[in-house]
Design a protein. Structure first.
Length: 342
């Protein structure tokens, strides 16, 4: 098993380099950028008032030398590989650069929004695994019952609807018409005025109900049906029938044999859930106006804030690679074939 993990670890560095090189090249090759955004902003502001037009006049369009100086200031005048090597060198010292929009360190901007993303990521991870696995287990045992049929209909409907579409529906019904929940945001405007910790926790959870439904709806359906289908497949296998024929009680045969083998596909999905701890969903955070890393990444893409985009991509790539290693570890814990090197 050690050789297996060493081979997996050897793929981490080239995979990370491949992901970051691709995204870095795309940010340099796509039209638009910090300089173009600045020029468009200047032209928009100069068109607002007649005095601005008169004052700016010909200066609203910068000269070639001025544009070249701006490109040099933002580091856009270098070849892609040279610029990427410079960015990668800084990244080794955890220097993510400075935002071209807010002129703040990227690491500080990400750290400021990290608690929000960790909260939603942790809650999503907890509910997705600790509810979907027992639910899939129970659905497999009660296959064909009214509970299995009703829950399957709800699960398939939820799986068919994207999370952001569900978010719009939830806001329209439960926030706008019924006014049971807030329209969005992570906390209320008067959150700092609460004197007790209980009131603050209640306010956070009150705001988190609708977004968490949107986060859970996709992974919850996938994990539940994966657990159910794999458990049913193992229950019909020959080794389960043999164990029961030898006198092993049915429930013990499930817990000791079928359940463990059914967890293998679920364990392989375990590491991908780490991405929720960092980014969650761009569109869900935009819809609910949650000031997390997902919303920061969306705004950075729209505003061509390349350092922030690359910082988030680097973190996502790292979390994805770590998640794959954790998935391999989880698979090894439930699948003895991996431990024995088969």
């Amino acid at each position: 098993m050690l050789n297996y993990f060493l081979r997996r670890m050897a793929l981490v560095i080239p995979t990370f380099l491949g992901i970051t090189i691709l995204i870095f090249a795309i940010t340099r090759l796509v039209p638009g950028g910090p300089v173009e955004r600045m020029l468009a902003s200047m032209q928009f502001e100069s068109a607002e008032t007649a005095t601005a037009v008169a004052d700016v006049g010909a200066s609203s369009a910068l000269s070639e030398d001025q544009i070249a100086q701006l490109n040099q200031f933002y580091g856009l005048d270098k070849p892609v590989l040279d610029a990427y090597w410079e960015w990668l060198t800084k990244l080794m010292s955890l220097d993510f650069g400075e935002s071209t929009r807010y002129y703040e360190p990227v690491i500080d901007m990400i750290a400021e929004r990290l608690p929000v993303s960790l909260f939603y990521g942790g809650m999503t991870f907890f509910f997705a695994y600790f509810i979907s696995i027992p639910l899939g287990y129970y659905k497999a045992l009660k296959h064909g019952s009214w509970f299995d049929s009703a829950s399957s209909i709800l699960i398939f409907i939820g799986y068919a609807l994207p999370g952001y579409v569900v978010g719009v529906l939830l806001i329209t019904w439960f926030a706008y018409h019924l006014e049971w929940f807030p329209m969005g945001a992570f906390t209320s405007d008067d959150f700092d005025d609460y004197t007790s910790f209980y009131e603050q926790v209640k306010d956070v959870l009150w705001h988190a109900v609708l977004p968490l439904i949107c986060y859970l709806i996709g992974d919850f359906a996938t994990l539940t049906m994966t657990m159910k289908n794999n458990l049913m497949e193992n229950l019909s296998a020959d080794y389960i029938r043999t164990a029961i024929a030898k006198g092993l009680p049915f429930k013990q045969a499930i817990r000791k044999h079928a359940l463990r083998n059914s967890l293998i596909p679920v364990a392989s999905h375990f590491g991908n859930s780490l991405l929720f701890f960092m980014t969650g969903s761009f569109l869900i955070e935009v819809i609910f106006d949650i000031d997390g890393i997902g919303l920061l990444g969306y705004e950075s893409i729209i505003e061509r804030d390349y350092p922030v985009v690359m910082g988030i991509v680097a973190i996502n790539a790292t979390m994805l690679l770590i998640g794959n290693i954790l998935s391999d570890i989880c698979v090894a814990l439930v699948d003895p074939r991996v431990r024995f090197g088969e």
